[in-house]
Design a protein. Sequence first.
Length: 281
Amino acid sequence: MVVGQIARDLVLVVDEVPGPGGTAAVRERREVLGGKGANIAVGLAQLGAPVALVGVVGDDETGARLLARAGADGIATGGVVVRPDCRTGLIVDVVADGWRYLEDLPEGVLLREDDLPMDLIARAGSVVVQLQQRPEVALKAARAASGRVVLDGAPERLRDELLACAHVVRADHQEAELLTGREITSADDALEAARDLKGLELVAFAVNDVGNVFVWDSGELVLPLGDAEVVDTTGGGDAFVAALTFALTRGDGPEAAARLAVEASGATVGHPGGRPNLTGR
């Protein structure tokens, strides 16, 4: 199960971003189910896992299309709230020399505590809690889980309470610094910071321009960045979390799970947009 953000993802590929008053032709356009929570759920479904999504869409045509797309992707959507009088979230990803995000995420598309399907969460073998939600909502979801809890990101509040519920923590470079209160400038820094989060099944931190580090009770691993061409890093972390959760849930050890996660991330950053492409992995 994934508890997280749902949005329409509009990806525009241009040769260069125009200045004020300028115009640029769009070379490629993609409109897909997006948002970090939905991306993780898509990745899990592509890997062959049964997956349910908990999030919010607006009561509009866009929300209906996204729910239909999620169903076609093999994602159970019974836990998705259709919020009256709210427009569905929109993320515009402009890809040129790097990427730029434009977000329209109304307050209504954030989960509320009474939105959570507590019985469904309690029955899930693994629950990914994507921490762009309100910390109180994330904590309620994590506490309701009886299976493995995977935290994705760094909360703005309730850090200790959330970590007490977690089995696995994944954070990008900036999130890892926020989560641990440490400056990270190297793989060794990241390993030391990850070791501070004691009692967890697995901690995975990204290190800018270096790769990913993993720490578990009996070991640690540093996996450098691969040589795959990077077109858009938008969904790399989402594919990483999906593959890591999938591997651990099927019983893989930490090292095998780490390698699959890095492979999945590399497969995703090679195309525009955040939608994973993990079928057959």
